[in-house]
Write a protein that binds this ligand. Sequence first.
Ligand code: IMP
Ligand code: MG
Length: 180
Amino acid sequence: MQLHKDCKRILYTKEQIAATVEALAERLNKDYAGKTVLMVCILKGASVFYCDLIRKLDFDVRLDFMSVSSYGNATASSGAVCIRKDLDISIKDMEVVVVEDIVDSGLTMSYLIDNLRARGPKSVNICTLMDKPSRRKAEVEVKYSGMEVPDAFVVGYGLDYAESYRNLPYIAELKEEMYK
Ligand code: IMP
Ligand code: MG
């Protein structure tokens, strides 16, 4: 696969991503064996990761979707979060895993986890494909994290810049001139 012209370099190939998804699924399968778990996909960025992940889980999996948007500029969030599409069902007394593409400042996840906790689930944990811990502004416990990424803006495998690049099969660093 040729590198997209707007990208600087590939950070993770599709083989490396597949191995990361496999490792996360193994941990979830161990921790949630015998349980019924609501896997919550955070649209749209996590959708590609989510579809790969849920097919590797062997406990009783239920699916639901949320869409949230954080206000801010194109490449950084401000902390004010709006729920655009909420869950279809009540999560009272359920085991919940929130599936996210990337935790950056942590503002989106910290808001969302507080919001979900207030609904009385048995547990809520975060499973993210990528984590940028160096950019954290809000404290948030990320129990399942696939890979730590450097402080760069990445696209592909579900992640976008201005709604483009979500379909790339790899994760790449976007050229700075594309967003600066
Ligand atoms: P946070 O609230 O700053 O943690 O931002 C989380 C959201 O910002 C993620 O769900 C992504 O949608 C988006 N985001 C953060 N970093 C990147 C990136 O490098 N590429 C694409 N989207 C990103
Ligand atoms: Mg997102």
